[in-house]
Design a protein around this ligand. Structure first.
Ligand code: AMP
Length: 287
């Protein structure tokens, strides 16, 4: 059964989401950048390019089965979604910020009746209600940072990553509502109808992410040092050892290791007398 998968058509989440699909081996063809949807050849996957903000409603209505969007967007939509996996990009947090000059340093300093400008009215209302604080939520569609300056609001609730935009606008973070990253979402109904196909897509993306953090290391090692090599690489199933035709002294060792360990591993292998050391990029890793 074909499944429909949506990714953001532009904005911060677009590039990496598309990259993960391409690296997963989902064939988007050559002109995907100009199309609204693509049917991946022979793979039973239709990929739609839509606004990140629209993805939760499309999943909830059954128009699409799977979607990549921000956790903040999913939460704000209020749609009954199932989150399948975090994608480790688009990290940010939804925070309450106040003008530096306001004297508001923390939640406790926020006066009852304060006006809060935000494009996240649902999450903002829920947050202040949970704190028992009555605030006036002013819904805006963007550029919340300017609202206190214009006198439209006393506070804002907006997404923050590095905090530099807040600082530039003389605002300070006073409370965090939620952390967010890009994630894959589906619905209970799609999961029921197409669970196996959905698992294939999610597993593919997971395998790409796992592969990106690892390298395939190959080296010819003196036979007498194999014990040391085994102790160096307790990793995935330990090293694979292969004989080298016409060479009785050395064996070829292949191992998958974390990218961050490559520098030390290559140096250690050199000291063991290894030759022909190769570090190779992996496309996908299914453990
Ligand atoms: P877009 O407006 O299409 O660029 O996408 C906005 C989405 O990107 C947000 O809802 C978040 O999920 C995510 N995002 C990640 N980092 C940030 C950030 N620093 N500011 C705003 N959105 C971010």
């Amino acid at each position: 059964m074909a499944i429909r998968l949506a990714v953001p058509n532009k904005g911060r989440l677009n590039e990496r989401a598309v990259e993960l699909l391409l690296k997963s081996g989902i064939d988007l063809g050559e002109d995907w950048g100009r199309r609204l949807y693509v049917t991946a050849r022979d793979q039973g996957v239709e990929v739609m390019f839509v606004r990140a903000q629209d993805i939760p409603a499309f999943i909830a209505s059954g128009a699409i089965d799977l979607g990549v969007t921000g956790e903040d967007i999913a939460a704000e939509s209020g749609a009954p979604l199932k989150r399948l996996m975090g994608l480790e990009f688009g990290h940010c947090r939804l925070s309450v910020a106040a003008p530096e000059s306001s004297g508001i340093k923390g939640e406790g300093d926020i006066p009852d009746g304060a006006r809060v400008a935000t494009s996240f009215p649902r999450l903002t209302r829920e947050f202040f209600e949970s704190k028992g604080k009555g605030v006036e939520v002013i819904e805006i569609s963007g550029a919340a940072e300017i609202m206190p300056y214009l006198g439209i609001s006393d506070l804002i609730v907006d997404l923050v990553a590095s905090g530099s935009t807040l600082k530039m606008n003389r605002l300070a973070e006073v409370a965090k509502i939620m952390d967010s990253q890009a994630a894959v979402f589906t619905s209970e109904a799609s999961l029921k109808a197409k669970g196996a196909e959905i698992a294939d897509v999610v597993d593919s993306i997971r395998s790409v992410m796992a592969a990106e953090e690892r390298k395939y290391l190959m080296a010819d090692v003196p036979k007498g040092r194999l014990g040391d090599v085994g102790r160096m690489f307790p990793g995935i199933g330990g090293p694979t050892v292969l004989s080298i035709a016409g060479n009785d002294e050395m064996v070829a060792v292949h191992v998958v290791i974390a990218s961050k360990d490559v520098y030390k591993a290559v140096n250690d292998l050199k000291r063991l007398g290894a030759k022909g050391i190769l570090s190779v990029t992996i496309d996908r890793l299914v453990e």
